[in-house]
Design a protein around this ligand. Structure first.
Ligand code: 6PG
Length: 265
């Protein structure tokens, strides 16, 4: 592991992965929001649009709030941004558990993103397999891909659970082994619920993947994912290896606590 000190964070290189370590969750959110703006404006100027799959959970809320506030909110032409999700719980869009609702509350309701730019996962559909097929079809249609081709997001934002899951790719669940699909319905025993999730293959097509991980409760899993043996069934975040894009882990000090110990062994 090589540590270099940049302006406002340390950079660790662990087994080829770039890990940016910020002092606090707030500094992490600020850096992630700035990176989002940078990527959005770069793709909007070169491609005329920016396609992003948002993560769920609580970690990105602070970042979404910063993107929805001055000065950042005025630094993106939001009508050129297309929003997707990495995963969704099987609840209606107005449910407190909904990842879509979290993004709408903290970001989408505060920017002028046209409704037609927002591709919610229809997770409320009774049949979870149908919900996954509908979402996959919407992605294939938008990205104009067919057959075995996979959509290519400009950015996929991911979180990581304390059990090393990402999106809704949970340890020892069928979705961890899914191939040839864009999105699947994944039954998660420990939640006793289905989730709808992008597959690791679809995520790995992205041009940019950013993991946002904060909090001491994530430290053990992060050390296993980044420094432990390769066991993606147990640590599904290890599945995330972009085919040709970039992967950056943006974490806070608390989440990094066990990294050095593991690598220093
Ligand atoms: C979800 C997410 C999930 C999340 C991690 C981290 O639907 O919950 O997409 O993958 O990113 O569980 O969640 P926190 O940010 O709440 O710790």
């Amino acid at each position: 592991m090589k540590a270099t000190t940049e302006l406002d964070h340390k950079v660790l290189k662990i087994d080829g992965a770039e890990v940016q370590v910020y002092s606090t969750a707030r500094e992490l959110a600020e850096a992630a929001a700035r990176r989002f703006v940078q990527l959005a404006n770069s793709f909007i100027s070169t491609e005329g649009r920016f396609t992003v799959a948002l993560s769920g959970g609580s970690t990105p809320r602070l970042m979404f709030g910063l993107l929805a506030s001055k000065p950042l909110v005025d630094s993106i032409e939001w009508s050129r941004v297309y929003f997707f999700w990495g995963d969704e719980r099987r609840v209606p869009p107005e449910d407190p558990e909904s990842n879509y609702r979290a993004a709408r509350e903290t970001l989408l309701s505060k920017i002028d993103a046209p409704d037609e730019n927002i591709f919610r996962i229809p997770a409320e559909i009774e049949d979870p397999e149908l919900a996954a097929r509908r979402y996959a079809a919407a992605l294939e249609d938008f990205f104009r891909v067919k057959g075995q081709e996979l959509p290519r997001f400009d950015l996929v934002l991911l979180g990581m659970g304390a059990d090393a899951h990402t999106a809704s790719l949970f340890p020892h669940t069928a979705a961890v082994r899914a191939t040839g699909k864009v999105a699947v319905a994944n039954y998660v025993n420990k939640l006793e619920a289905y989730r709808i999730t992008l597959t690791a293959e679809a995520i790995n097509e992205a041009r940019n993947i950013i993991f946002l991980v904060a909090g001491s409760d994530k430290a053990p899993a992060l050390a296993s994912v980044l420094c432990g043996s390769r066991e993606p069934e147990t640590y599904p975040s290890q599945l995330i290896r972009p085919a040709s894009g970039s992967l950056v882990w943006m974490i806070d000090e608390a989440a990094s606590a066990q990294l050095r110990a593991r690598v220093a062994d």
